[in-house]
Design a protein around this ligand. Sequence first.
Ligand code: UTP
Length: 295
Amino acid sequence: MAKIKIRKAVFPAAGLGTRFLPATKAIPKEMLPVVDKPIIQYGVEEAIAAGCDQIIIVTGRGKTVIEDHFDISVELEKQLESRGKTDLLSMARHISNLGRVAYIRQKEAMGLGHAVLMARDLVGDEPFAVVLPDDVIDAKTPCLKQMIGVFNDVQSSILATQVVEGPAISSYGVIDGKPCAKNPRVLEVKHLVEKPKQADAPSKNAIIGRYILTPRIFEFLEKTPLGAGGELQLTDAIRSLLKHEKVYGYKFEGKRYDAGDKLGFLKATVEFALKRDDLGEEFRSWLQGLPALKR
Ligand code: UTP
């Protein structure tokens, strides 16, 4: 059987970002910069590095700056060119050349599942990736690329997971599964629960913001009733999909930051800045000298 290629990556970016108020009152959370790059750009670069060439961003009201960001900025480019700022010019051009980007609106923030459903016509009848832009992942091999490697083997839906200790598990979808003999990072999912109490969590394997889904998910998203908080939950539809198709969990290699959360965002900012050639050294010595750290 010919292997199917994952060409399309869907970025749900229509949420209200309430955990990051007041910054997100007028600025999309997806445009908050970790160091100097909007968090959604990390995800788009990851998808391109994984071989996806079609980026589908689900936006909503107040999110048009995301479209401007991935578009050509004629004035900026002209000015950088005339001033001979070639590095900045190529940086600006790199952003507008990042694959083909299509946009679709989610008129009301009715949940992640609903946002993914909005992309149905643009995705069509092929397996696709979903990238939650607020999950910024630092990995030697891009997380989505690792997952596509697994997909090439199993040709089924895959959910990226990480081990979450303690009560924090109740903020996630949690999978219960059987490790595959061939690759212990891959679990065949048997059961999936959304935001369980710590005592009821079937494992510590929490679903994070990277998915590869078969197109059949749309059939179940259409049928899934609104769940917790009046939102259409993606995990509810995946649970229905699981009754008809195999679904796998994948413990990705790398470190994930929840940049949609203030503490996660701060951690990402500090760690990414420390790794930068142009900033890292000076930033490290400044941090080390902070009196507040000596208390
Ligand atoms: P989150 O739950 O992290 O985003 O959803 P949120 O709802 O914007 O944030 P909080 O919890 O209020 O702070 C993960 C991703 O799914 C998108 C968000 O934009 C985010 O990138 N999303 C969420 C949608 O596109 N539509 C929705 O209805 C909900």
